[in-house]
Ligand binder design. Structure first.
Ligand code: 4AD
Ligand code: MG
Length: 448
């Protein structure tokens, strides 16, 4: 017997009239006198398959009490056109086998639960509409990331999770020890970024990217921060900041279009139930060019804004999220790259500008999200790099191999990091970052 994913049964006509097997979990059951209607979902698609069983089915009366929400079943039957308006096809079973029973205590009985509650049952959460749709979009996006870079002939590299260095120099590191001892002979940490190792590979392979988990021990409790998140980090040799922004813009548009094309059904759900107007927003995002303005221009725009900010926007200050949102949502009304930031507020590895005050940094700010990408052209001059490290209180000797790269064939190079979960938030409209990763880690939470 041919076993088919429910997705194919609902989307393709070739299965009508055929006898097939499907497996999945019961989402709901409705009983009539000699009939019952089951909705079963196998996660391959947003919608469920309707099974219409009547009491001529062998063992019907014994089976019926066990066909409850959450139970796993295998159904063999014929796919027919549905007479109902809710679904194009339905299945008339010849047998239904109970594979795994459920119970009345199954927590997902109601149609709608709060996202806060669902986080407390992360082991069952993927069975909900929202989480299922989000996981499928996440998977598509991940595929799109690889497709984009592979088509551009970037080399996919795997950067380490265990590292000895603080890439961002910000001190937000989780330390790794065994029984209180330094397993690697020196302090080791979970990486905050794969950038430094990506630079090593870019200076050999020209264009590379890494895409992996990243860890930050910041005590942030916002809807935009996780302690463990995934980051996409391309690094390009012989590439300056303007080209870096070009690639970042092309990347965001490509992956968004990819999901608009392949994730239609799930996005339609997000458009209706999570963020009204989502599809229109994504369509606009991919068809218009992103804005670009320098940090100095951004500060001027903020100072002119007729808006009472909690933090006054003064040159030299880090942009607060209220500033970022104003720039993207009200001033530009689209994604905007802010570039050439004051050097005091950015990381040690960014290339000094010619004015002595700024560095060749860029952040992409997106309406509804804030910072989605952080990137820069890297300081490729040996003496300046060492000086910058000392000014930031870092010991150049610890970064000896990173500095060494500036001794042998140094060249202009640039890269950026995209927060994968923030990208998923942008695409799905989900407001809290804890709902776009199946097993979120944040202060006090790492149970599942
Ligand atoms: O701006 P960040 O810190 O940049 C870097 O790590 C660079 N080394 C990247 C590079 O140039 N290769 O982080 C990059 C992006 C941010 O723009 C944000 O989208 C995301 O990573 N991000 C977080 N996402 C979720 N939770 C957190 N705690 C995050 N911190 C950063
Ligand atoms: Mg940043």
């Amino acid at each position: 017997m041919q076993k088919v994913l429910i997705k194919h049964l609902l989307k393709e006509d070739t299965f009508l009239g055929k006898t097939l097997t499907v497996t999945g979990w019961i989402r709901s059951l409705r009983e009539q006198k000699h009939l019952c209607f089951l909705q079963i979902n196998d996660g391959s698609y947003f919608d469920s398959l309707q099974i219409v069983a009547d009491d001529t089915l062998p063992g019907y009366h014994d089976l019926l009490p066990k066909l409850i929400t959450g139970a796993a079943i295998e159904v063999e039957g014929v796919l027919v056109k549905s007479s109902g308006k809710q679904q194009p096809v339905e299945m008339r079973p010849t047998t239904i086998a109970l594979i795994g029973a459920s119970s009345e205590e199954y927590p997902l009985q109601k149609k709608r639960h709060s996202f806060e509650y669902l986080r407390t049952i992360a082991h069952l959460r993927p069975r909900t509409n929202t989480q299922g749709a989000c996981l499928r979009i996440r998977s598509l996006l991940s595929y799109a990331v690889h497709t984009f870079f592979q088509e551009k002939e970037f080399v996919h590299i795997h950067t380490p999770i265990l590292t000895a260095l603080d890439c961002e120099g910000a001190g937000d590191l989780f330390q790794v020890q065994k029984n209180g001892k330094h397993f690697f002979g020196a302090p080791a940490y979970l990486n905050v970024s794969g950038q430094l190792e990506a630079e090593i590979c870019a200076l050999a392979l020209s264009n590379v990217y890494t895409f992996g988990p990243t860890f930050r021990a910041e005590n942030s409790h916002t809807s935009r921060h996780l302690s463990e998140f995934w980051m996409i980090e391309p690094e390009m040799a012989f590439c300056d900041l303007a080209q870096d922004m070009d690639i970042a813009e092309e990347f965001i548009k490509y992956v968004t279009n990819y999901v608009l094309d392949k994730g239609e059904r799930d996005l339609a759900f997000f458009d209706t139930f999570i963020e009204k107007g989502l599809l229109e927003k994504l369509g606009r995002l991919t068809s218009k060019s992103f804005a670009r303005m320098s940090y100095t221009e951004a500060i001027a725009a903020l100072q002119k804004a007729k808006k009472a900010f909690v933090f006054s926007p003064d040159w030299g200050c880090d942009l607060q999220s209220e500033h970022e949102r104003y720039l993207a949502e009200e001033f530009c009304e689209k994604p905007v790259f802010i570039h050439d930031y004051p050097k005091e507020i950015k990381a040690f590895y960014m290339k000094d500008g010619s004015d002595g005050k700024t560095v060749k940094a860029m952040d992409l700010l997106v309406p509804g999200i804030g910072e989605l990408i952080g990137g820069s052209q890297r300081e490729d001059r040996l003496d300046l790099l060492e000086e910058k490290m000392r000014n930031k209180g870092l010991n150049p000797a610890e970064y000896w191999w990173y500095i060494d790269l500036r001794k042998y064939g140094s060249c202009p190079h640039s890269g950026f990091g995209v927060g994968f979960e923030r990208l998923i938030q942008m695409i799905t409209g989900l407001e809290n970052i804890r709902d776009v990763i199946p097993f979120p880690r944040y202060p006090g939470h790492a149970e599942f």
